[in-house]
Design a protein around this ligand. Structure first.
Ligand code: FAD
Length: 421
């Protein structure tokens, strides 16, 4: 069967790869001139299996209130007269209830563990390189209260088979010597040795190349304008090329991997996807002094900022802003990240050459992605990965390929759509 994958971000390209491996004939459509040029372009680089807890958790409303009105807030709500934004914000609040947080965390944890296994297998199979480091992630806490609270999560991680341990500040510095300058400020850390980091864009572009060699056809510079339905199934997608010419592409099945932009396209089909863009920023800087720049991937849990070494570059990313589809770079938001870099690792990088970037995380309120069949028999979803699209890419895509092949994916307790668990 011919399958058309809509979108060539990390989710679409991994989907195309695993579908081709499963024996489908695959084509991919994207409006950009290449793969991974939107949200998958310059993210935080973390394969963060040890952080399955969603932003929607019992502590989130308090955090949002604490930072209310501050332009450098890690979580920022810019209200619009847009019912979708308010609907999503209310649903987010509902997902902050303890039992919902527990359920969402468990679903993401089991998918994340599976995804880590699939990523390692893919690397062994293809030899793909993307500035990856297998040095773990160190989560940093700068107040004793935050550190104490974080330690209560260790049994949950262990129950999911995720290795992590609490470390005092000296051990944090032993794991990552570049932290020596902040030793006295650190309350402690959680170290997850099996986590990884790497450049999602390089990975996606390299995998797209391998997929093309394996027979996957990529239609770049092709904007999807609508999805057409006849007698209860999708019969084609309307497209427009770079020259403005309109046309249609057809296949036996279609997989939606359009990030934040899929909801509007499926709404006329009666499908409501609870995905809203959550804007984030990253800064990429060349490393000047290797000894001063960290190579273990870090998460500053107090500021919600992550930092990954990508070869001779350092990528620092974070902040979450509910601001519609606005992709303008807001200087105060980037400055908060640059200030963090200056304070934590002075002299490590060439800040004058910082590359600023912003992207829209395709987020569901509980950060659980939508994977499985839609209400239409030949339209499938692999989308809504929010803060963890790079972490979950290989497991989500291979699970979707399993489902489309009629098999149950080996991910216990994940709520695949329109599939019995
Ligand atoms: C600041 C930031 C930091 C992050 N850090 C991490 C991290 O450390 N670890 C992690 O796991 N995740 C991280 N993420 C999340 C991760 O980047 C996303 O979840 C992931 O990139 C989403 O991938 P995607 O393929 O679903 O979407 P996208 O990469 O956005 O791909 C969607 C594709 O669809 C195409 N498209 C959209 N509309 C149309 C249309 N009408 N016609 C044709 N093509 C269209 C786009 O061109 C795009 O290529 C971060 C995100 C941000 C913003």
């Amino acid at each position: 069967m011919h399958v058309l994958v809509l979108g060539a971000g990390v989710t679409g390209v991994t989907t195309a790869w695993y579908l081709a491996k499963a024996g489908f004939q695959v084509s991919v459509v994207d409006r950009q001139p290449g793969a991974a040029l939107e949200t998958s372009h310059a993210n935080g680089g973390q394969i963060s299996i040890s952080h399955p807890e969603p932003w929607a958790n019992p502590g989130a409303p308090r955090t949002a209130l604490r930072w209310l009105g501050r332009e450098d807030a890690p979580l920022l709500f810019r209200p619009h007269a847009d019912p979708a934004q308010w609907r999503w914000a209310l649903a987010f609040l509902r997902e902050c209830l303890p039992q919902r947080t527990r359920r969402n965390t468990a679903a993401v944890a089991s998918l994340a563990v599976h995804s880590g296994e699939r990523l390692r297998a893919l690397r062994a199979e293809t030899g793909i390189t993307y500035d990856q480091l297998e040095r773990g992630i160190l989560h940093l806490f700068f107040t004793p209260a935050e550190f104490d609270h974080a330690r209560t999560k260790l049994p949950m991680l262990e129950a999911h088979g995720i290795r992590a341990r609490a470390c005092g500040s000296d051990e944090c510095v032993a794991i990552e010597p570049a932290l020596a300058g902040v030793r006295d400020e650190l309350a402690g850390g959680l170290y997850a040795p099996d986590d990884e980091s790497g450049d999602a864009c390089r990975f996606t572009q390299a995998l797209a190349e391998l997929a093309a060699q394996a027979g996957v056809h990529f239609h770049y510079n092709t904007t999807i304008t609508n999805i057409s339905r006849t007698r209860g199934i999708v019969d084609s997608i309307g497209v427009r090329d770079a020259a403005g010419r309109s046309g249609a592409l057809t296949a036996g099945a279609y997989v939606m991997c359009l990030g934040s932009y899929g909801s509007a396209l499926v709404a006329p089909l009666g499908e409501r996807l609870p995905i809203y863009p959550v804007k984030g920023y990253s800064v990429t800087v060349p490393v000047l002094d290797r000894a001063l720049a960290p190579s273990v991937s870090l998460t500053d849990e107090s500021r919600r900022i992550v930092c990954s070494r990508l070869g001779e570059r350092l990528r620092i990313a974070g902040t979450a802003e509910l601001n519609g589809f606005n992709t303008a770079i807001h200087p105060a938001r980037c400055q908060a990240i640059l200030d963090w870099l200056n304070a934590r690792f002075p002299g490590a990088t060439d800040i004058a050459q910082a590359q600023l970037w912003t992207g829209l995380r395709p987020a569901t309120p509980g950060n659980v992605p939508l994977i499985g069949r839609s209400g239409l028999p030949n339209l499938w979803y692999n989308t809504g990965h929010g803060t963890l699209g790079w972490t979950l890419a290989c497991g989500s895509a291979s699970s979707l390929a399993d489902l489309m092949s009629g098999h149950r994916p080996p991910v216990r307790g994940f709520p695949f759509l329109h599939c019995d668990d």
